[in-house]
Design a protein around this ligand. Sequence first.
Ligand SMILES: [Cu+2]
Length: 309
Amino acid sequence: MNVRATLVALLATGAAAFSAAPADAQTRDYWVAAVPIDWNMVPNERDALGGTTFTPAETVLPTVVYRRYSPGWVHPERNAALDGGNQDLIPGPLLRARAGDRIRVHFKNLDSAFRRPHSMHFHGVHYRPSSDGAYLPGFSGGDADVAYGQTWTYRLTAGRDSVGVWPYHDHSPSMDASIAGGMYGMLSILGAHDRMPDREFEVVFAAMGPFQTIDGRAFVGDTPVFRSTVGQLVQWDVMAMGSEHHTFHVHGHRWIAPGGVPRDTQSIGPAETYRIRWREESPGTWLYHCHVESHMNAGMIGIYRVRNR
Ligand SMILES: [Cu+2]
């Protein structure tokens, strides 16, 4: 074997070890569209803790969100798994995969309200530049600037280094307005042999209009009410979007952070993500919230209900 052949063989071995697909690896297809919506950040029109009331003129934001569709974009479907409780549409559909899977995200721009270009840009997974979805004049292609009525298929691979939760978001020329309006979602990737959690909750901290929101909603009763039962394996997928830092806190619970340290509060910055798991053993009605006090008072707080078996 000459030097070049040896080098090629070594590279091939390295690449195989890096992306070794288990025998049961799948190709997963997701169908997603950008759709306009008049989004109500406070549908109850009140801050139940602070006592303030609002009018729809103060709480409804015309915006664009990612929405899950059936194959071929035939009809819209719920974004949230049933675990998501009372909310839907923000964040976008939870895209699940396992290490070794290929993921095809079929995207269509149905933004008939603003007719802005949109895209999808994914963190945490492997892809070629034509699936990057990030706009760069003179360099990026159709992936980054999907016009109204047009489509693009993003081709991704979940590696062993993709295990965890990751953001996706609009990275087209409309990125700033889109992220401010809730156009983001999460990938949730398990190891090839990881156990599925019994409950999976998505918590996205982001400013929206005058409010500090969780999944696009502000104040107790409007933000998601998450539910579980004692004995269940619960997983929290936590993410921050926008330009501010937040701290995720759950009452009555602790989890083990990397390094073996118990925690009940964890800071998180823009586009950072983490997943937290515990075996539920604390029945009752609990609060979860951002512990930046001004954020909590501007809406970043919700309820977590644990039933006894
Ligand atoms: Cu915060």
